[in-house]
Design a protein around this ligand. Structure first.
Ligand code: SF4
Ligand code: SF4
Length: 264
């Protein structure tokens, strides 16, 4: 990699929140700018330089054919491609279209539906091109993003923790909302990144960092059912920002089928 790696930040279907996390990094952002050249970052500058790039940070999911083609071109231009956020890593909240009729929604929302050209799916970046590293969260943690950029600038593979939110609760001394109150909380199967904010404010986690590796969602869901939570509570809990992440998707569909009288 060159002395000062060239970085591009690209957006597909998303809300821009993850890109804003980089601008939000405050003092750390100055350190990042000394180490890398932000060659293409529309949120920060209208000086958009062409590739090739050393690193492409990609936000958003793929919801149009045009997106897919643009992504393939970016992959050709980038040495390393890193996805940032739930949209890019699992399809985001827009992946809820998997359980609905896109045509009906387009008719209901847009005054001129004929102008809308969209796929029936919202898919993560890794379903289309090779991804070198995935950064979770909705939005991502600015601290984790700076860690990733710094590692890549130094030619190292980024390393981030992948334990559960649950462990962070224990570390900060937060009383467990599942044990103490029987709250349905996805903390035991959700990857760390936020510092366990929600349980600290006496509410359950709804999984914005997505399932941790080897999450045992089935056992957790079984326990929530024993605590009296039904599919009407648990399916929406699993279908948040990472609804299409395979571990969450599988459990939400199993619950739905069981509620409809199908196989459990
Ligand atoms: S992951 Fe969340 S914050 Fe990031 S772009 Fe998608 S919706 Fe916005
Ligand atoms: S929902 Fe879960 S992962 Fe998201 S901020 Fe709250 S505790 Fe953290």
């Amino acid at each position: 990699m060159s002395q000062r790696p060239r970085v591009a930040v690209a957006k597909f279907t998303s809300c821009d929140g993850c890109q804003l996390s980089l601008l939000d990094a405050e003092d750390d952002l100055l350190a990042v700018c000394e180490r890398v050249e932000l060659a293409h970052f529309a949120e920060a500058s209208s000086d958009l330089q062409p590739g090739p790039y050393d690193v492409a940070l990609v936000e958003g999911s793929i919801t149009t054919e045009h997106d897919a083609e643009r992504l393939r071109e970016l992959r050709r231009q980038a040495r390393y491609l890193v996805t940032i956020g739930a949209c890019a890593t699992s399809g985001g909240i827009q992946a809820l279209r998997a359980w609905g009729d896109v045509g009906e929604w387009v008719e209901a929302v847009y005054p001129t539906p004929a102008f809308i050209d969209t796929l029936a799916t919202s898919t993560p970046i890794a379903e289309h091109v090779l991804v070198d590293f995935e950064l979770r969260g909705c939005p991502i943690s600015a601290k984790q993003l700076v860690t990733v950029i710094t590692a890549l600038a130094e030619g190292r593979r980024p390393k981030l923790p992948s334990h559960s939110v649950c462990l962070d609760c224990k570390r900060r001394g937060t009383v467990c909302v599942v044990v103490a109150q029987g709250t349905a909380c996805l903390g035991p199967v959700t990857q760390t990144g936020c510092g366990a904010i929600c349980p600290a404010y006496n509410r359950g986690c709804y999984g914005c960092y997505g399932p941790m590796p080897q999450a045992n969602g089935r056992r957790l869901v079984d326990q929530f059912q024993r605590l009296g939570h039904g599919a009407d509570r648990l399916v929406p809990l699993l279908r948040n920002f990472n609804a299409a992440a395979p571990d969450f998707r599988r459990e939400s569909e199993r619950l739905e089928q069981a509620a409809d009288g199908g196989a459990s």
